[in-house]
Write a protein that binds this ligand. Structure first.
Ligand code: ZN
Length: 311
C-alpha cells in the first residue's frame, strides 16, 4: 500500500557527459561529439513512470532542449511538467549574475517555445544555489519563475546550504521578495543527517535506508519529499569516462540495480509533479495556469499554441 502523502518526483534531463562529477575529464567542446543517450534513457524512465501512472517534473537542460526539441514535446505530451535545468550545466556560483541571467533566459525561452506553455520551475546544475549564490533567487523571480528546487540542506563538496529549511516553504531572496522553494530531502537516522532524495544517494545507499528515511518524512513529519533521478542512472551500458576513483564511485555504482529499485520506490510511495505538490501546500498562487498540458483547456489560457491537437 502506498503511503498517503503525495511527493514530488523529478528528473534532471541531461546526458551522462554533462555531470559535474565527470567534468574534469569531459571538456564542453567535446559534448557535441559524444554519443548522446539522453533521448532513449529519458524514454526508458518515462516508461517506468507510466507503469505506475506517475506524472513527474522534468527539469530539462537548455543544451538538450535546443538539440532534441522533439524529446521535450514528448515528455510534455505524456502529461509531465516541463521545468528548467539552466542552459549550460555550469554551477551557479561560478557564473556572474549577468551570465546566469543570460543563460537562464535562453533555457526558459527555448523550453517555452518548444512546448507552448509557461515554465514555472527551476533547478540549478548540481543544486548550486548556496550561500554564495542566493542572488540567483532574485534572478529567478525577475524571469517569472514561481518556484525553485536547488537548495540542498547538507554539507557537500559541490553544493549545500546547511541549516536551510528542510521542507517546502517560501524562501526570501536578497531583495526581500519570496519564491516557493522545494529543497532536497534529508532524514535523521541513527543520529545522522542523511540525504535520501535520490540520485547517487539512491543508487549507493541500501534501499532500506532510503525507504526508512522517506517514510520518516511522510509519516512522522507529515511532509512531502522531493525525489530526483537522472536518465543516465538507468543506463548501465553508458560509455565509461576515465576519472578518479571517487567520481567513478559516485557515477557508476549500482547503475544496473537502479531501475528495479525505482519500480519498488514507485510502488511504495505516491508521487506527482512538483508544481502540484507545491500548489497543494498553498505555496503557489492559484491564479497561475498549470504548467501541465493535460490540465489546460485547449482553446483558452495565455500559453496554449494553435498547434495543439484538440482533445
Ligand atoms: Zn544536472
Amino acid at each position: 500500500m502506498p503511503i498517503k502523502q503525495v511527493n514530488a518526483f523529478t528528473v534532471d534531463v541531461e546526458d551522462y557527459f554533462h555531470v559535474a562529477a565527470l567534468s574534469s575529464a569531459v571538456s564542453r567542446e567535446s559534448w557535441s561529439l559524444r554519443e548522446s543517450r539522453v533521448e532513449r534513457n529519458t524514454e526508458r524512465l518515462m516508461g517506468v513512470l507510466a507503469e505506475q501512472d506517475v506524472h513527474a517534473t522534468f527539469f530539462v537542460l537548455g543544451w538538450v532542449a535546443e538539440r532534441i526539441p522533439a524529446l521535450v514535446r514528448r515528455i510534455a505530451d505524456a502529461g509531465h511538467e516541463i521545468a528548467c535545468h539552466g542552459y549550460s550545466h555550469r554551477l551557479v556560483y561560478t557564473q556572474t549574475p549577468s551570465e546566469f541571467r543570460e543563460e537562464t533566459v535562453r533555457a526558459k525561452r527555448t523550453l517555452e517555445d518548444t512546448i507552448g506553455l509557461a515554465v514555472s520551475g527551476y533547478r540549478a546544475a548540481s543544486f548550486s544555489v548556496t550561500r554564495n549564490s542566493l542572488w540567483a533567487l532574485d534572478t529567478l523571480i525577475d524571469l517569472g519563475f514561481s518556484y525553485d528546487s536547488s537548495i540542498f540542506p547538507i554539507h557537500h563538496d559541490l553544493y549545500g546550504l546547511p541549516g536551510a529549511t528542510p521542507e517546502p516553504h517560501r524562501v526570501s531572496a536578497p531583495s526581500g521578495r519570496t519564491l516557493a522553494e522545494f529543497p532536497m530531502s534529508t532524514a535523521s537516522l541513527l543520529s545522522l543527517h542523511i540525504p535520501v532524495s535520490g540520485g547517487g544517494y539512491f543508487r549507493i545507499l541500501p534501499y532500506w535506508l532510503t525507504r526508512t528515511g522517506l517514510k520518516q518524512i511522510n509519516a512522522r513529519r507529515h511532509r512531502p519529499f522531493a525525489f530526483y533521478l537522472h536518465p543516465w542512472e538507468l543506463d548501465p551500458a553508458q560509455p565509461r569516462i576515465s576519472v578518479g576513483a571517487f567520481s567513478r564511485f559516485r557515477h557508476y555504482t549500482n547503475l544496473s540495480r537502479c531501475e528495479a529499485r525505482l519500480r519498488r520506490l514507485l510502488a511504495e510511495f505516491s508521487f506527482t509533479c512538483m508544481y502540484e505538490v507545491l500548489q497543494e501546500r498553498g505555496l503557489l498562487s492559484a491564479e497561475r495556469s498549470s504548467p501541465m498540458r493535460q490540465l489546460l483547456p485547449i482553446a483558452t489560457g495565455p500559453f496554449v499554441p494553435g498547434r495543439l491537437p484538440a482533445g
